[in-house]
Design a protein around this ligand. Structure first.
Ligand code: DAH
Length: 341
């Protein structure tokens, strides 16, 4: 006859592979293994026949076996009880419980709106890399090494390669477009940019911009103004006023910054417009001839305009968000507020 250890082993295999086909099957299992005349009891009675030097080990095996038999029963009876309660209620023809779904991020809502406004007048979307080389982020944009304008943007450099930076603006995509696309070009370039800023309500080390570029024969400053005016009325409403202030950007000449009449107070003065009635929304200008020359384009034949806006800025004005940090904290209480907008 098989030793106690061998018998335990055989029954263990049986228990492990046992899957009850129903309540009756599980009850048979209980009687067979755990009943008063069941296998656990029978094997326990045999311990006295085991030679004394093996008894300790056999006892331990027996205990483990008993535990296995009981656990199998417990887990299956729990499962049966759980399903027994649910079964009468279950109607598979009913629609399921809806899973909570996410909402669109406010920055993405605004970015999509910017894109669709410009798509309506023939702009297409272009993107570029976030790790950029010096040429596309600075030098080709008329900002050679040691140009003071480089200090306007605190740059993150990539440790592995001194020529690489995290792009400080989406103007780098302009450079890539002029380098690769046949003229005329009319593109809008949304994307994330990085600057080495201390994080606060008003500054962040990463944010989003949307760049625009139009290069063709006979593009004028009037085209730039009209295009941006169209954008503003689409985004902020017919009544919005614009004003252009002369400014400086190395890659445009002349350059301007554009303000819109404050959409919150309508001009009477509030915190958003710092009581001036105007809020700045973007930088723009006519593409600098040096930049066109950098890409082998003859500035006597072609002209163009460019502009760059901060997506956070537009979103802040549209949705009255007063702290930039909210955009990246992933707090659903914040994010849910823009549902359906
Ligand atoms: N790149 C500028 C910045 O990040 C924004 C900008 C200004 C973009 C004027 C342009 C432009 O294309 O023409 O501050």
């Amino acid at each position: 006859m098989a030793s106690l250890q061998e018998q335990i082993h055989i029954h263990e295999q049986e228990i492990k592979s046992f899957i009850p086909s129903g309540a009756a099957d599980l009850e048979n299992y209980r009687i067979r293994f755990l009943g008063t005349k069941g296998i656990v009891k029978q094997l326990s009675a045999e311990i006295k026949n085991v030679p004394p030097d093996q008894r300790k080990e056999a006892g331990q095996m027996l205990n483990a076996f008993k535990q296995l038999a009981e656990e199998k029963y417990e887990s299956n009876i729990n499962l049966q009880q759980a399903t027994a309660v649910k079964t009468p209620e279950m109607d598979l023809t009913l629609p399921g419980t809806p899973l909570p779904i996410g909402t669109r991020h406010p920055l993405r809502i605004i970015e999509n709106r910017i894109i669709s406004i410009f798509e309506k007048i023939g702009f297409s979307v272009a993107t570029g890399p976030e790790i950029e080389d010096d040429w596309h982020n600075f030098t080709s944009l008329n900002m050679p090494e040691h140009h003071p304008a480089r200090d306007m943007q605190d740059t993150f450099y990539v440790a592995q390669n001194p020529d690489w930076v995290l792009r400080t603006h989406t103007s780098s995509v302009q450079a890539r477009i002029l380098e690769t696309q046949p003229l005329p070009v009319r593109v809008i370039c949304p994307g994330r940019v990085y600057r080495n800023e201390t994080i606060s309500a008003r500054a962040h080390c990463f944010f989003h911009q949307c760049e625009g570029l139009y290069v063709d024969k006979d593009v004028s400053f009037a085209d730039l103004k009209q295009t941006l005016y169209y954008f503003v009325t689409e985004m902020f409403g017919e009544d919005t006023k614009v004003r252009f202030r002369p400014s400086y950007f190395p890659f445009t000449e002349p350059s301007a910054e554009m303000d819109i009449s404050c959409t919150v107070c309508g001009g009477s003065g509030c915190n958003l417009c710092k009581h001036t009635g105007w809020v700045e929304i973007l930088g723009c200008g006519m593409v600098h001839p040096n930049m066109l020359t950098n890409f082998g384009i003859d500035p006597e034949v072609y002209t163009g305009f460019a502009f760059g806006m901060g997506v956070e800025r537009i979103t802040q004005i549209k949705f009255q968000v007063n702290d930039l940090r909210l955009y990246s904290q992933n707090d659903v209480r914040f994010l849910r507020q823009f549902q359906g907008l």
